[in-house]
Design a protein around this ligand. Structure first.
Ligand SMILES: [Zn+2]
Length: 583
C-alpha cells in the first residue's frame, strides 16, 4: 500500500529526529550536529551523528543511516508501515489507510486468529481421546503434569491427511483461508492436506494471548523432528518468542532464553516461569529487542553440545546489542536444562541459577577449554587468544575482572596479563586514531558505495552528482538553478538520477524539499549510502560556484559517454556491413 507523499511529509515534519533518537541514544551537541554511541554496532567513541538541519542520522563507523522513519525501523526492528504507524501515533496523526483498507484487513486477521484458536482447541481435545494416547504417553515420559499440558495448551495432530481440514471447513472456514494460515499445504497435484500429521503440538501464543502459530514434534525418528508454521499475516517467526505470553508476567526479574519448546516447558513446570525460546531459528535482533521490553537481564541456557555453545556465543552479542545484561548458565552433566531438571530436580537448577556466569566469564572459560593449561605451550596460546578478546571489552573494570580470571586459569601473574591487555588497548586506540586521520585527510576516499548493486560506472561523474545532490537537497533555490542547467538524464548513476528526479518533482508539486522525505520510500542500501553522502557534505561558502563546477563535470562526462556510444554504434554498423560484404 502506498502512502501519499503529503502524509509522509507531514509525518517527517512532525517527528523531530533528534528528539526521537534521544529516546534510545544519549546525544551530545557538537557544532551543528549531535553525536552519540551508535546503537547499531559496538563502539567506545561516538561516531553516530544526527543532523537536525538535514533531519538524518548517519554512523561513520558502520555506515547505517537514513531519516527518522529508517531510524525507527532499524531500532525497533519494524517493517516500514509499522514504523510509520508508530511515528503517526506519536505525532497524533491518523494513518490514511486506516480509514478504508484496514477494516477488511482487520477482519481477515481476526478470522485467522480465530481459526488458529479453533485448531489449537482441536489438537488439545484429540490429546484427551484414545487416539491421543501415544502423545499423552510421550508427555508423561518427559515428566509433564496434566496441569502443564493444559497451561501450555499442548495437543496432538492425528496421523491423517485431512482431519484438521475437515474440522475447520466444518466450522465454516474456506480451504484457501486454511492454507493461508499455514495449517494446510497444497500438494503437487493441487489438493490440500494437513500440514501437521502425527505430531505433538505446541501452540505459539503472542503477548496479547492470540494463538499465532504452531510447532509440531514427531514421536519417532522421522524427519523433520520439529515442524513450525510458516510466516503468515499473523505470524513472523523472527519477531516472536515461545512462552513470552507467560514469561512476561513472571516476577523473577529476568528472562531465561532456552533452545527448545520442551526446555521452556520443563523450566516453567519447575517454577522458572520466566523461560522463553526462539522459534526454530537462531535468535534474531528483533527477538532480543522484544525481550528488552520486558527485562534488563537475560540468562542464556542452551544445550551443552558444541552447536548449543556456539549459538550461545552468538546470542551474547545479539542480546548485548539490544542493551540487555547477559549471563550464561551451563548445565553440568546434562545435555539441556530439561534433562538437568529431570535428573537433579528444580532445587539444583535454582542453585545454578543463583550464580550464572557473566558473559565475560563465560567467554574466558570457553576459550580456556580449548587449550591444555597444564602445559606452557597451551598457557601461552591461551593468553595470546585471550588478550585481544579482553582488550575488546568496552569498560576498564570488566577488563580487569576478566584479566584476573584469565590469569588465574593460566597460572600467570595478574599484572603481566593486565600489562598485555593494556598494550593491546593502546594499539587499538592508535589504529583508530590513524584511521580517523586518514579519513580526514582523504575526503574523497571511497567514492564507491559499499553495496555492489549501487556500484558507479563513472565514479568521476557520480562523485559530482553526489555533491550536487547534497547541496540542492538543502536549498531549493540552488535546486532551481541546477535543474535549468542539468537534467537527471545526464547523470551517470541511475540511483542518483532517481533522487534528483524526485527532488525536482517535489519542487514542482510545491512539496517541501527535505532529504528525509526524499529518502522515505527507498530500499535500505540506497538510504544508507545517501545518508552518508548527505552527512559528509558541509555547507559551502560559494555553493553556486561549486554547483557550476559539478555540473560542468557531469555534462563533460555525459558528452564523453554519448560520443562513445555513438562510436560504438558506428563500429557495430560498420561491422555488419563488412560481414555482409564478406558473405
Ligand atoms: Zn554504527
Amino acid at each position: 500500500m502506498a502512502l501519499p507523499d503529503s502524509f509522509l511529509d507531514e509525518l517527517v515534519a512532525r517527528s523531530d529526529i533528534v528528539e526521537i533518537v534521544q529516546h534510545y541514544v544519549p546525544l551530545k551537541k557538537s557544532g551543528s550536529n549531535y553525536f552519540g554511541l551508535c546503537p547499531f554496532h559496538n563502539e567506545r567513541s561516538p561516531s553516530f551523528s544526527v543532523s537536525p538541519d538535514k533531519q538524518i542520522f548517519h554512523c561513520f563507523g558502520c555506515g547505517e543511516g537514513g531519516g527518522v522513519i529508517q531510524f525507527v525501523m532499524k531500532i525497533e526492528g519494524l517493517p516500514f508501515l509499522d514504523a510509520v504507524r508508530m511515528l503517526a501515533d506519536r505525532a497524533g496523526m491518523e494513518m490514511p489507510s486506516d480509514r478504508e483498507q484496514s477494516d477488511e484487513q482487520r477482519r481477515a486477521r481476526e478470522r485467522m486468529l480465530g481459526m488458529n484458536r479453533d485448531a489449537a482447541r482441536w489438537f488439545h481435545s484429540l490429546l484427551q481421546q484414545p487416539q491421543g494416547e501415544q502423545a499423552q504417553a510421550y508427555f508423561a515420559r518427559r515428566g509433564l503434569s496434566r496441569r502443564t499440558v493444559t497451561r501450555f495448551g499442548l495437543g496432538w495432530a492425528e496421523n491423517s491427511w485431512d482431519g484438521l481440514l475437515k474440522h475447520l471447513t466444518g466450522l465454516g472456514y474456506r480451504p484457501a483461508e486454511i492454507e493461508k494460515a499455514g495449517l494446510a499445504v497444497r500438494g503437487s497435484s493441487g489438493g490440500l492436506y494437513d500440514r501437521f500429521r502425527g505430531r505433538v503440538m505446541f501452540p505459539i501464543i503472542d503477548v496479547r494471548g492470540n494463538v499465532i502459530a504452531f510447532g509440531g514434534r514427531v514421536l519417532d525418528d522421522s524427519k523433520p523432528k520439529y515442524l513450525n508454521s510458516p510466516d503468515t499475516p499473523v505470524f513472523h517467526k523472527n519477531r516472536n518468542l515461545f512462552a513470552l505470553n507467560l514469561a512476561k508476567k513472571s516476577r523473577q526479574g529476568r528472562l531465561i532464553l532456552a533452545e527448545g519448546y520442551m526446555d521452556v516447558i520443563a523450566l516453567h513446570q519447575a517454577g522458572f516461569d520466566c523461560a522463553v525460546a526462539s522459534l526454530g531459528t537462531s535468535l534474531t535482533d528483533e527477538q532480543a529487542k522484544l525481550m528488552s521490553r520486558y527485562t534488563k537481564e537475560a540468562v542464556i541456557c542452551y544445550d551443552s553440545d558444541e552447536a548449543g555453545q556456539k549459538a550461545a556465543q552468538r546470542a551474547i552479542d545479539i542480546l548485548n546489542r539490544a542493551g540487555l545484561e547477559v549471563r550464561v548458565l551451563r548445565v553440568p552433566g546434562a545435555k539441556d536444562p530439561d534433562e538437568y531438571i529431570r535428573e537433579n530436580g528444580s532445587e539444583a537448577f535454582g542453585l545454578l541459577l543463583r550464580k550464572p556466569q557473566t558473559d565475560g566469564e563465560y567467554r574466558v572459560a570457553q576459550l580456556a577449554a580449548q587449550y591444555d593449561l597444564t602445559q606452557d605451550d597451551g598457557r601461552i596460546a591461551f593468553l595470546k587468544a585471550a588478550v585481544p578478546m579482553l582488550a575488546a571489552m568496552p569498560n576498564r573494570i570488566e577488563r580487569e575482572i576478566y584479566a584476573h580470571s584469565a590469569a588465574q586459569m593460566a597460572g600467570l601473574s595478574e599484572s603481566a596479563v593486565l600489562a598485555e591487555v593494556g598494550r593491546a588497548c593502546a594499539r587499538g586506540e592508535r589504529r583508530k586514531r590513524q584511521e580517523t586521520e586518514r579519513k580526514a585527510l582523504q575526503p574523497l576516499r571511497q567514492v564507491q558505495p559499499h553495496e555492489r548493486e549501487l556500484r558507479y560506472q563513472n565514479p568521476r561523474s557520480a562523485l559530482c552528482e553526489e555533491k550536487l545532490l547534497a547541496l540542492v537537497l538543502q536549498d531549493q533555490e540552488l535546486l532551481d538553478k541546477a535543474r535549468k542547467k542539468v537534467s537527471p538524464g545526464a547523470f551517470s548513476s541511475d540511483f542518483l538520477a532517481k533522487i534528483y528526479q524526485k527532488a525536482i518533482e517535489r519542487r514542482e508539486q510545491g512539496l517541501e524539499l527535505s532529504a528525509a522525505a526524499c529518502m522515505a520510500g527507498l530500499p535500505e542500501n540506497e538510504v544508507r549510502h545517501l545518508s552518508g553522502v548527505l552527512a559528509e557534505s558541509v555547507r559551502s561558502r560559494e555553493p553556486e560556484r561549486e554547483i557550476d563546477d559539478y555540473i560542468g563535470t557531469i555534462l563533460f562526462e555525459y558528452e564523453k559517454r554519448t560520443e562513445q556510444d555513438g562510436d560504438d554504434l558506428l563500429r557495430k554498423a560498420a561491422g555488419r556491413r563488412r560481414s555482409k560484404e564478406g558473405g
